[in-house]
Design a protein around this ligand. Structure first.
Ligand SMILES: [Zn+2]
Length: 425
């Protein structure tokens, strides 16, 4: 079977390249959610022709969904010749904006030196193409298989996945008995298996002051100075404390193998959009800060919040007129699939077969759609595995290696074989 699978994928090399180029040519930029429907329909037509049953599911009423920018997802299912488990490949079709610094058209799909270039080549149209080729090659090599294979192309991963995987998971698309195993072909490198991600807490903190003439600031109370006092406490106390929190999670890059905090944005006082003219002089009566805290399996989210709240409360006690408000914006718990679960085991065996070496098990510093499959779908046999170098994602001249996609497709197809042969638990 391994030789048959390898041969079936080798035959499809040109097809894989052409498919990747075609996918890159849909400028599925998010935001706003451009070209989702034609891209989903392209995938649906291709898989429909290969014998899959195809469904389009619009994320009605989710953030950004409108008639101009419908959140169109595609889910395709190929039923085998008898009952058995279902393995699902989920890829997001959205990409981030191209940005500056490209030396070529980011939506042309330039093929050069064993690479395909373009926005989304690595993150993650190359992975999507590899999974489609893996599924088609597996079916051709083993037409009498039992169980089912699903491939989906979903939207909005880059903006939280609410109109994509979260919407589908809420409707049962990522739950048993429909699905048993999920592979997300995100670009984590062809010989690595990503078991999950760190947790996330985003919050908005606002300090309050009172407005006065800028020439007599002593008559008012500056919200920006209050925020400055809070930031000084973070520097003195919280940042060093977070650096000391190490984790057993194998996060890559290694710098993220601890707790981190980013200050996403800070704004106080009047808007700077005063053109034409100059702003009037005022003491700021409000200052807002957005924080992005990434946390570990070893941490509890209530403690994570308490660390920040205790600093704010202390300032309220000790600093005259310090007033604040805090609002949660997003919470995602950390996630780590057991590396002995069926999906990581099958992929690890296939990596040994294709590359002749052991895989590396890693954890992503940031989250991706696995969170919805776990939390809303209650399906835990899920990992990210796909071709492409993570560091190239979201950058100019993004590319994916053709040989890397070929080898990943072999790993995926061999994993399908191993997983479909296991009895359903
Ligand atoms: Zn991605």
């Amino acid at each position: 079977m391994k030789d048959k699978i390898t041969a079936a994928i080798d035959e499809r090399r040109q097809d894989l390249i052409a498919l990747t180029v075609d996918l890159i040519r849909f400028p599925t930029i998010n935001p706003p959610g451009e070209a989702y429907t034609p891209c989903a329909e392209y995938i649906g037509k291709r898989l429909g022709a290969a014998g899959f049953e195809v469904e389009y599911v619009r994320g009605e009423g989710t953030p950004g969904d409108s008639d101009r920018y419908p959140r169109t997802n595609v889910v395709a299912r190929y039923e085998g010749k008898g009952p058995g488990p279902t393995i699902h490949f989920n890829s997001h079709i959205d990409v981030v904006e191209a940005g500056e610094g490209w030396t070529m058209d980011p939506f042309e799909g330039v093929v050069k030196d064993d690479r395909v270039y373009g926005r989304g080549a690595c993150d993650m149209k190359g992975g999507l193409a590899a999974s489609i080729i893996a599924a088609e090659a597996y079916i051709a090599a083993n037409p009498d298989f039992h169980g089912a294979i699903e491939v989906s192309g979903t939207v909005d991963e880059e903006s939280g996945g609410y109109g994509g995987v979260a919407y589908l998971a809420g409707k049962g698309y990522f739950s048993r008995p429909r699905v048993d195993h999920v592979i997300i072909p995100e670009p984590l490198n062809k010989d690595r298996i990503c078991l999950g991600h760190r947790g996330v807490w985003w919050a908005e903190i606002e300090t309050e002051g009172s407005i006065a003439h800028g020439a007599m600031p002593f008559l008012g109370d500056s919200a920006i100075r209050h925020m400055g006092a809070f930031l000084a406490e973070l520097e003195k106390e919280l940042f060093p404390a977070l650096d000391r929190k190490q984790t057993r999670m194998p996060v890559v890059p290694e710098g993220a193998r601890r707790s981190t905090l980013n200050l996403n944005s800070v704004h106080g006082g009047q808007t700077e959009d005063f053109q034409p003219g100059l702003p009037s002089p005022n003491v700021a009566d409000s200052c807002r800060l957005i924080i992005d805290r990434r946390f570990l399996l070893e941490e509890d989210i209530s403690e994570v919040k308490e660390e920040v709240v205790s600093i704010l409360e202390r300032l309220k006690r000790d600093r005259p007129n310090f007033r604040y408000a805090m609002r949660d914006l997003m919470e995602v718990l950390p996630l780590m699939t057991d590396k002995d679960a069926p999906v990581p085991t099958a992929i690890a065996d296939a990596i040994r077969e294709v590359f002749g070496k052991d895989p590396e098990f890693v954890i992503s510093p940031g989250t991706y759609d696995q969170k919805h499959i776990s939390r809303l779908g209650h399906l835990h046999d899920c990992v990210a595995y796909g071709p492409g170098i993570l560091d190239l994602a979201h950058r100019p001249d993004e590319w994916v290696g053709i040989e890397d996609m070929m080898e990943s497709a072999k790993v995926m197809a061999m994993s399908i074989d191993a997983l479909l042969k296991q009895p359903r638990k």
